[in-house]
Design a protein around this ligand. Structure first.
Ligand code: AMP
Length: 218
């Protein structure tokens, strides 16, 4: 399956994407993770991306689209993928449509994770992620690690993303409403959007998402 995951920052996209990709045996492709990997390897792309990310802005399309396409062209994504954080505006969505069309492919579904705005801010402010693997996500209140600041899965150090600070979160929400939400209408016009509530326990949301996606592929 070829799936796009959308939802505001804090909807749990990264967490859900990791579980869904595993259940569906497709790679989880997160442009945010690709940028963060570039930042920790101090590549030129990483240096450029960091300035935009720290301000809560989108990294320019010229950079982002090329990076996402390169990742999708890798062998493990040949039979499907789950995109998390891409596309993030209408021109990225159009570029993705064109790239898929050129390969005779199409998306199967766009899964829209819905969550109220006050919940988003609470979720992000308490989020801690693992330095070794950003799919190991914890929350100081909702899913605390057994030992403070230590990942239960691999023992890695947990940290708060620089762009998870409250002021940047508000900026990211703003950017989400202005730039990203319009892609939902873009995909609604193609009959691809499935909306589910992202409230509740992580495994409940995964279950809800799996049922919604199975409905789409049936
Ligand atoms: P995420 O991990 O998906 O929340 O992304 C973190 C940050 O990376 C975003 O706030 C943007 O600055 C940048 N980013 C991730 N994906 C994209 C994208 N598709 N287009 C532009 N910027 C992106």
């Amino acid at each position: 399956m070829r799936i796009v995951l959308v939802g505001p920052p804090g909807a749990g996209k990264g967490t859900q994407a990791a579980f869904l990709a595993k259940n569906l045996s497709i790679p989880h492709i997160s442009t945010g993770d690709l940028f963060r990997a570039n930042i920790s390897q101090q590549t030129e792309l990483g240096k450029l991306a960091k300035s935009y990310m720290d301000a809560g802005n989108l990294v320019p399309d010229e950079v982002t689209i090329g990076m996402a396409k390169d990742r999708m062209a890798q062998a493990d994504a040949e039979n499907g993928f789950l995109l998390d954080g891409f596309p993030r505006n209408v021109s990225q969505a159009e570029a993705l449509d064109e790239a898929l069309k050129a390969d005779g492919q199409k998306l199967d579904a766009v899964l829209d994770l819905e969550v109220p705005e006050d919940e988003v801010v609470k979720r992000i402010a308490g989020r801690r992620i693992c330095r070794n693997d950003s799919s190991h996500v914890f929350h100081v209140t909702y899913s605390p690690p057994k030992q403070q600041d230590v990942c239960d899965v691999c023992g890695g150090e947990l940290y708060q993303r620089g762009d998870d600070k409250e002021e940047t979160v508000r900026k990211r929400l703003d950017v989400y409403h202005r730039e990203t939400e319009p892609i939902i209408d873009h995909y609604k016009a193609q009959g691809l959007v499935v909306t589910i509530s992202a409230l509740g326990k992580v495994d409940e949301v995964t279950q809800r998402a799996m049922s919604a996606l199975q409905g789409e592929s049936a």
